[in-house]
Ligand binder design. Structure first.
Ligand SMILES: O=C(O)CCC(=O)C(=O)O
Ligand SMILES: [Fe+2]
Length: 241
């Protein structure tokens, strides 16, 4: 496969990653294609003659979703009694590490005795994720991620709407007030397609507990971290590197 992933862009094969790093089973049963920030030259594109207008469609989608997320982040800032351009001021949006991920979960895989997921349990790494699916069921969330046993609920698909997931770095900023959503995708019985748009802060942005989200009796639960360091560590674990 020529467009195999490089710099976290391009094709990732079936079973290449395992989002729940505690599982001992083989990797998640999905394949995907990543398209990252449009501001560098790292994306991998199929030839225009093979997929006419595809690059332009994806670039437009990337721009539109980034602008929607920017608005969403200003609403989140206002809800935290911060200035609406807070996330711009802390540098999160200078060159946000925003990725489109086109996902395919094959529906015709032989199910073996081991439990295989389309996407095993995880939370997304960044600020927020916008997700659209083709309506084939499979996505589940767990509301109380620290409680055992875990209780999983199906997420209904709503046509014309995005599913919005809070990511770990937003949880870090807000000291858990905005909790990152633990979610997973069951292996579907028919092909399932979805498109995720992950937004991570710019690489050098420091994510640290907001003053308004901690007190003496409720100290910061997560240490300050540079966005790129957190991201690279999570990617390393997911791909078993
Ligand atoms: O395909 C889905 O519905 C969810 C995908 C997902 O959670 C992910 O790729 O992080
Ligand atoms: Fe996810």
């Amino acid at each position: 496969m020529k467009l195999v992933t490089k710099n976290h862009r391009g094709y990732t094969a079936l079973h290449a990653e395992k989002l729940d790093t505690t599982l001992t089973t083989r990797g998640d049963s999905k394949e995907s294609f990543y398209i990252g920030p449009l501001t560098d030259d790292l994306n991998q594109w199929p030839l225009e003659e093979d997929l006419p207008s595809w690059r332009c469609t994806m670039e437009t989608y990337h721009q539109k979703l980034l602008s929607a997320v920017t608005k969403l982040l200003s609403l989140i800032a206002l809800s935290l009694k911060l200035e609406e351009d807070f996330f711009e001021k802390v540098g999160a949006l200078i060159e946000p590490l925003a990725f489109i991920r086109l996902l395919h979960y094959p529906g015709d895989l032989n199910s073996s005795s081991e439990e295989i997921f389309g996407a095993s349990a995880h939370s997304d790494y960044g600020m927020v994720t916008l997700l659209v699916t083709d309506g084939v069921p499979g996505l589940q969330i767990c509301r109380e991620k620290s409680k055992q046993p875990r209780v999983w609920e199906d997420v209904p698909s709503m046509s014309g709407a995005f599913i919005v997931n809070i990511g770990d770095m937003m949880e870090g900023w807000t000291n858990g007030l905005f909790r990152s959503t633990l979610h997973r995708v069951l292996q579907p019985r028919q092909d399932r397609y979805s498109v995720a748009f992950f937004t991570n802060p710019s690489k050098d942005c420091i994510v640290e507990c907001l003053e308004s989200c901690c007190t003496e009796s409720c100290p910061p639960r997560f240490p300050p971290i540079k966005a790129i360091d957190y991201l690279e560590e999570r990617v390393r674990l997911t791909y078993g590197l």
